[in-house]
Design a binder for this molecule. Structure first.
Ligand code: C2E
Ligand code: MG
Ligand code: MG
Ligand code: MG
Length: 281
């Protein structure tokens, strides 16, 4: 909160703040207005079956069009939204928006939505999901919720109870950005995940780094034994695609298959995919 300075005027920025802190404070204020002005949008990116390159689902990715700065990456504003608590209402809005959108997609196409650890702590998550499904009419079996290891770090009874509740609704859970955080194999046994998403950092140099390739292979094999799907994020080249497929991964996501696009465009992409499948059949 800005404090009154010596002359009685209010300042948004303390003179002691460095440029980074000031930029952050500005972002925080802008974010609050953004919510009121409706500057957020949801884009969608295909999740592809590696065996036949068909689209199994799409991931909802939030976008913010700042009035003067243009598009701002969620990597920049999600952490701020988490600190201010705005993520709870923003996350709920994304979920509702995306569920409605997904009902317009070909039957069976799944929807993946990211959840923040803060939403898990809010207690209202279970009922928000129930409401979003009921209002949109999207079957629970078509919804995948992505959580990162940061959610599991909280490792509370509440986290496990919420995840169990979501599973009982028929919703699927994916472990996002696998390998970047505090990956613990015990998480895979303790929590009811159906999918592991291997972080893009492992695919980047899979062609020339034996270590990355070995990790992808090991996670794919583990996933197979545990009956989970293994998706690889950040696939940009045909070489990477062939390689992760050969290592036993089941799904992929990346610019090679399609970038995140606005809702009207993803509908076209999905229509094209269904059309191609008919031609092949
Ligand atoms: P994520 O969930 O791991 O999403 C995948 C990110 O990788 C997206 O970044 C996507 O645009 C990017 N990506 C996909 N394919 C490629 C590729 O081939 N190459 C490269 N370089 N990047 C690729 P994006 O949209 O900037 O989102 C970043 C992160 O922000 C997400 O990572 C997720 O953690 C978070 N996020 C986005 N939307 C939401 C949301 O609605 N709620 C929450 N809580 N977090 C969100
Ligand atoms: Mg994700
Ligand atoms: Mg991810
Ligand atoms: Mg990632």
């Amino acid at each position: 909160r800005a404090k009154a300075d010596g002359r009685g005027a209010y300042r948004l920025f303390e003179p002691s703040m460095d440029a980074g802190a000031q930029a952050r404070r500005a972002l925080e204020l802008d974010l609050r207005h953004a919510w009121e002005r409706g500057e957020f949008e949801v884009h969608y990116q295909p999740l592809v079956e590696l065996s036949n390159r068909r689209i199994a689902g799409c991931e909802a990715l939030v976008r913010w069009r700042h009035p003067s700065r243009g598009w701002i990456s969620p990597l920049e504003f999600i952490p701020v939204a988490e600190e201010t608590g705005l993520i709870v209402s923003l996350g709920e809005w994304v979920l509702n928006q995306a569920c409605v959108e997904a009902t317009a997609w070909p039957k069976g196409t799944r929807l993946a939505v990211n959840l923040s650890p803060v939403q898990f702590k809010s207690r209202s998550l279970g009922s928000s999901v129930v409401t979003a499904l009921a209002k949109s009419g999207l079957p629970a079996s078509r919804l995948e919720l992505e959580v990162t290891e940061m959610v599991l770090l909280q490792d509370s009874d509440l986290t496990l109870a919420t995840m169990t509740q979501l599973r009982q609704l028929g919703v699927r859970l994916s472990l996002d950005d696998f390998g970047t955080g505090y990956s613990s194999l015990s998480y895979l046994r303790k929590y009811p995940f159906e999918k592991i998403k291997i972080d893009s950092s492992f695919v980047k140099d899979i062609g020339h780094d034996a270590g990355s390739a070995a990790i992808v292979r090991a996670v794919a094999s583990l996933g197979r034994d545990l009956g989970m799907s293994i998706l690889v994020e950040g696939i940009e080249t045909t070489e990477q695609f062939e390689r992760v497929k050969a290592e036993g991964c089941t799904e992929g996501q990346g610019y090679l298959f399609g970038r995140p696009v606005p809702s009207h465009e993803i509908r076209e992409v999905l229509r094209g995919d269904a059309q191609r499948a008919k031609l092949v059949a």
